[in-house]
Design a protein around this ligand. Structure first.
Ligand SMILES: Nc1ncnc2c1ncn2[C@@H]1O[C@H](COP(=O)(O)OP(=O)(O)O)[C@@H](O)[C@H]1O
Ligand SMILES: O=P(O)(O)OC[C@H](O)CO
Length: 576
């Protein structure tokens, strides 16, 4: 393993003689950029200097997830706003320590969990239901019925880059319309607004003056046409969604307006950046050339490969998405994306459910106590498998156990499963795009695990570049907001910033081609054995007794909607 220079990545590491000196040091600062980072688990507010992009203040809080039943994930939109205000307030309090004040914040960027959908009342400003999270699968019946109607889960792939899946916002808005009477009534009275989390935040920060989103978030709704970058009338009709409910689509980087909410500590500040969080981390990792690829390692993994100004349409279940558009007149850059649903979550499971790890942070120590996984393979298909398998009927297995297997082997196999799943997606990306992917950029909490990074390099036979920036997502969003026309805190110069702002540790592969091939072949055999375990899908709300009465009062069309099982079966039938 070769490790790079340990360069400081936060201002706290930089030795300044006085606060005033720090403010004026080295680079003449042009202003500060604040970033609201609304992730699934954590909300944060970070403040960066420009043009050198040092994080000088930050505050993060965890956001609760409500799980009313298996497969349902919700969050309270009001808690999101309260947490954003709290984080902004706490981060701003840290500024004097650094020789700055709130008035130095020139602009704000927003980055957010994608697909998660909120509907609210335009008159009262109150949410009409909890946010439905991206990973919520309550719309599986809807998916099944729409797929049955259009006879192909990939029916909208050429216009949206996406398959019909529970993952995307269109299905969630449709579910809310069909299942929540208040939403239906608000739609009839034209006072129902819908959007991804960025839209909800901006609506609140601007007291309802702005109902907007950006192309990266809009490209995850299954309602935006990738070519026109507008809401597609055919898709709106198919999903029964009225355009007046939806936000206006903008580029990621432009002056959108000012924060006017009296409740916000950001009042008076300009808003000039919006990006979905995985796209923001692609930018933050400086993956700005076609073929440059990043993986964010967290509870799940998100791999994105920049494909330049042409969308690449997948034949292997990867998603085509907008990577960024840095200004109204700037070119749209696309990416191809694959997700791993269970990565760090497998370690949490070993910790909380199996109790063979005291803490997921101990995974490295435990796995290092054995030289190999002892031929144990762990396929963590807890809720099926995403790309490239798309098999909802897969379930987790641990295979290859012998009387000599110890918990350390299982922990090591869990780490390896993250690496193998990453390789599955990288192989698809290579086939789809034809690019020689020659290194992998890595970020996310799990990358603190050195063994994981080394195993990753050994599994793919490529160098892994681990960003020393704790948070490339917020960094990407900060650059996006700072370079907006009309803000002009700096210009986005990827080549220059690549070297100046992002420092990497490099992990080089130590395995031979033969070794990699053999181990990956075994992984594939283990995956084979995990497939098809679930024979029948569990009942969802739409089928339960207690909801029968409510549902029977709904229009018959809702009974024509379908299930995720069919989607994945159809995908499987298509050879995915
Ligand atoms: N130091 C670490 N080593 C290994 N795993 C870690 C470490 N820190 C966090 N994790 C894992 O990362 C996941 C949480 O990452 P986080 O970025 O907070 O989550 P999320 O993706 O839910 O927003 C957990 O599943 C946990 O097991
Ligand atoms: O909040 P994260 O980091 O789990 O990211 C969630 C993704 O944006 C969902 O597509």
């Amino acid at each position: 393993m070769t490790e790079g220079k340990n360069l400081p990545h936060s201002s706290a590491d930089v030795p300044f003689r006085s606060k005033e000196l720090r403010k004026q040091s080295l680079i003449q600062h042009t202003g500060l950029v604040g970033v609201i980072d609304e992730g699934t688990k954590t909300i944060g507010f970070s403040i960066y200097t420009t043009p050198d992009f040092r994080e000088i203040a930050a505050h993060r809080v965890e956001l609760s997830v409500i799980t009313p039943q298996d497969g349902w994930y919700e969050q309270d939109p009001l808690e999101m706003m309260a947490s954003i205000n709290k984080c902004a307030e706490e981060a701003i309090k840290q500024l004097p320590e650094e020789g700055f004040s709130a008035s130095d914040i020139a602009t704000i960027g927003i980055t957010n969990q994608r697909e998660t959908t909120i509907v609210w009342d335009a008159i009262t400003g109150k949410p009409l239901y909890n946010a439905l999270l991206w990973k919520d699968i309550r719309t599986s019946t809807t998916v099944e019925q729409i797929v049955a109607k259009v006879q192909d889960p990939n029916h909208f792939r050429s216009s949206t880059g996406l398959p019909i899946s529970t993952y995307f916002s269109a299905l969630k808005i449709r579910w809310l319309r069909d299942n929540v009477p208040e939403v239906r009534q608000a739609i009839r009275e034209k006072r129902c607004k819908a959007g991804t989390v960025d839209s909800w935040i901006i609506w609140n920060l601007t007291n309802g003056a702005l109902h907007i989103t950006d192309v990266t978030n809009a490209s995850r709704t299954l309602l935006m046409n990738l070519e026109t970058q507008n809401w597609d009338p055919v898709l709106l009709k198919t999903f029964g969604i009225k355009e007046h409910m939806l936000p206006t689509i903008h580029s990621c980087s432009e002056v959108f307006g000012k924060v006017t909410s009296e409740r916000s500590p950001l009042r008076g500040m300009t808003l000039s950046g919006i990006m979905g969080n995985q796209q923001a981390s692609l930018l933050g990792q400086m993956c700005v050339k076609p073929g440059q690829t990043k993986n964010t390692y967290r509870s799940g993994c998100f791999l994105l490969c920049n494909t330049g100004d042409k969308p690449v349409f997948s034949r292997h279940g990867l998603l085509t998405t907008v990577a960024y558009k840095l200004g109204p007149q700037a070119p749209t850059i696309y990416a191809i994306e694959g997700a791993v649903s269970v990565a760090g979550h497998a370690l949490s499971w070993l910790q909380t459910k199996m109790r063979i790890l005291p803490d997921s942070r101990d995974a490295e120590k435990y796995a290092e106590m054995v030289p190999t996984s002892g031929d144990v393979y762990f396929v963590p298909a807890f809720t099926g498998l995403y790309a490239p398998y798309w098999r909802q009927n897969a379930r987790g297995i641990i295979i290859g156990l012998t009387q000599f297997t110890k918990k350390n082997h299982i922990v090591r196999a869990a780490l390896e499963s993250i690496c193998f799943q990453t390789r599955d997606i990288l192989e698809c990306m290579h086939q789809e795009c034809g690019y020689e992917i020659n290194k992998l950029h890595a970020d996310g909490k799990l990358t603190t695990n050195n063994l994981l990074m080394q195993l990753q390099a050994d599994t793919i036979g490529l160098p892994v570049f681990r960003s020393q920036l704790m948070d490339s997502t917020a960094f990407g969003a900060a650059m996006c907001a700072a370079q907006a026309e009309g803000v002009n805190l700096c210009q986005f110069e990827p080549e220059k910033r690549y070297y100046e702002n992002v420092h990497y540790d490099t992990f080089l592969a130590t395995t031979t081609d033969v070794e990699r091939k053999e181990r990956y072949g075994k992984w594939k055999r283990a995956v084979e054995r995990s497939l098809g375990w679930v024979i029948k899908q569990k009942k969802t709300l739409e089928h339960t007794e207690e909801n029968y009465r409510m549902l029977s009062s709904l229009p018959a069309s809702i009974f024509l909607i379908s299930s995720f099982a069919m989607l994945v079966h159809s995908l499987a039938a298509c050879g995915h």
